[in-house]
Design a protein around this ligand. Structure first.
Ligand code: ADP
Ligand code: MG
Length: 256
């Protein structure tokens, strides 16, 4: 049975896509069967997994509109070692097209149920909003991974996300929980980041992942080669941290 996780944070540029593709690559590297679902119309996770979003015949859009199955629409990225259910600009239209349909927030969940036996992990890269697309992700998932930078407003921004997750848990998806907060783009030389990191641990306890992802330029360069850092430069500090994070995730789900 696949464990399904959303990578979500309503802020943009906090490292959601970087986390999704590198965790997917890290999990594949340690022998897990992985499906990466891109729910962001920008398609960054798609391109960053070696799949050209402009030439895809089918995408997550077709799956949400029930004109294709996940099995039909997902592509295997040879270089990355995981399957990709891609997204492109077409997906922006799904928001409007789903307005009048029944159980519109459960479309992805229903579609993923059909491939439950084919994967160990499904990772969903969410857009930077709490939209119908993100809601589809949250309704499908067992848990949420929240990447965050240890900056001054980080804790404040978390409140909205935590409230949304509570509401989805109460009304739509009893399985949903925050799996953990992942500290990303971390620089221990910056005193403020150390302070915020300590506050996070004091406030959220073991909901803060042990692994910390450092700020590392190789992770930022990798997308322009259409690859996750873990594949592009396995020796880089950031890549190694994501493989460690993959191992931590495997250990966590054994306890779930
Ligand atoms: P989001 O999906 O939340 O919008 P991204 O994953 O696209 O965020 O990251 C935003 C920017 O920060 C990108 O340019 C990305 O390459 C860069 N970035 C993300 N994580 C790191 C890191 N650990 N070190 C250096 N740059 C990073
Ligand atoms: Mg993104």
């Amino acid at each position: 049975m696949a464990k399904i996780f959303c990578v979500a944070n309503q802020k943009g540029g906090v490292g959601k896509t970087t986390t999704t593709v590198n965790l997917a690559a890290g999990l594949a590297k340690v022998g897990q069967r992985v499906l990466m679902v891109d729910l962001d119309p920008q398609g960054n996770a798609t391109m960053g997994s070696g799949v050209d979003k402009r030439s895809m015949a089918l995408s997550v859009y077709d799956v949400l509109l029930e004109s294709a199955t996940v099995q039909e629409a997902a592509l295997f990225s040879e270089k990355c070692g995981y399957h990709v259910l891609g997204a492109n600009r077409e997906l922006a239209g799904a928001e409007v097209e789903l307005v009048d349909v029944e159980r519109r927030e459960k479309r992805l969940k229903t579609a993923l149920a059909a491939v439950d036996a084919d994967y160990d992990f499904v990772l969903i890269d969410c857009p930077p909003s709490l939209s119908m697309l993100t809601l589809n992700g949250l309704c499908s998932a067992h848990g949420v991974i929240v990447p965050m930078q240890c900056e001054y407003f980080a804790l404040e921004g978390l409140t909205d996300l935590v409230n949304t997750i509570k509401q989805v848990h109460a009304n739509l998806n009893k399985d949903l929980q925050i799996i953990g907060l992942l500290r990303v783009m971390f620089d221990p030389r910056i005193t403020l980041q150390m302070q915020v990191s300590d506050q996070l641990k004091a406030h959220f306890g073991d909901k803060v992942f042990d692994t910390v992802i450092p700020r590392n330029v190789r992770l930022a360069e990798a997308p322009s080669y259409g690859l996750p850092g873990v594949v592009f430069d396995p020796g880089a500090k950031g890549s190694q941290a994501f493989v460690t994070f993959a191992t931590e995730m495997v250990a966590r789900i054994d306890k779930m």
